[in-house]
Write a new protein. Sequence first.
Length: 292
Amino acid sequence: MAVGLTACSDESTLDLAGMFSPQGETVNTRFEQSMAHNDSVGEIHLDMGADTYTIYACSDSHVTRKSHRNLDYFMAQYLAAPDPKLAIHFGDLIDAQKNYPCADSVLHLGGVAVNDEALSGSSPRLFITPGNHDIYFKQWPVYRSFFGTSAYWFDTRNGSRKLDLFICLDSAEGSLGTLQTKWLKDLLETKSKEGYRHIIVFTHTHLWKLDGSQGHTSNYAMEETYELTSLLGQYHVDFVWSGHQHARQSVFFKGVNYLVLDATKDKEQGQSYMTVEMGESLIYHYHNYPKE
């Protein structure tokens, strides 16, 4: 059965060993390398030039050499939209090893959020978090070569006025790890006092398991779920955005709105992406991908 599951026309899409334990760098190692990268480029403050702007968000595109139509459509819609704007991808950009070059429309903007270009406030802006498929088959070094970091924060501003805080977490193996959890707590303790109108956390693995579609892979332990939900509620995080489940979900718990997006993957049932109008209020909409 294993041979049958791993046989695929593009590349093997099932990392059997990686499903049970990380075969490459652990989350703590990825976090340390991400912090070193972040320190090298400095803090990211995006001047939106207005108090309101739009976010384009998608998840789980799972691109291969033959399957990237929906991701290309999403990027085309984003690039054609009026400024001010930014885009976020919630992980599982690719489906398996050797497929990063297939995400051409994303890689052309790869790392804009986490390199020196971001500091100039240039547009367009793309942010991304790794999913389990992105690091399967020991692919973290490849992901890192494109995007630099897997855990970081940035904020949006209008001139000297602070607007919104965004925190990207690496949950690609279903855990934040001890180092990242401490960083998140310290960051929230500091930033929650700085007067942001919205605090948004985005990551790949969702905290609320709706069904058994993902099996035993990449799900938080119950104890970690309890700790994270308590922490996010304590510091008044407004929204947590994620993917992984390939099915839309909305949960409100301890004052925090948890949104899970549909997949962007071609030929997936219920394909959609999200746009968010960021202002004093936060209003989100879902958009279906066109049928073939």
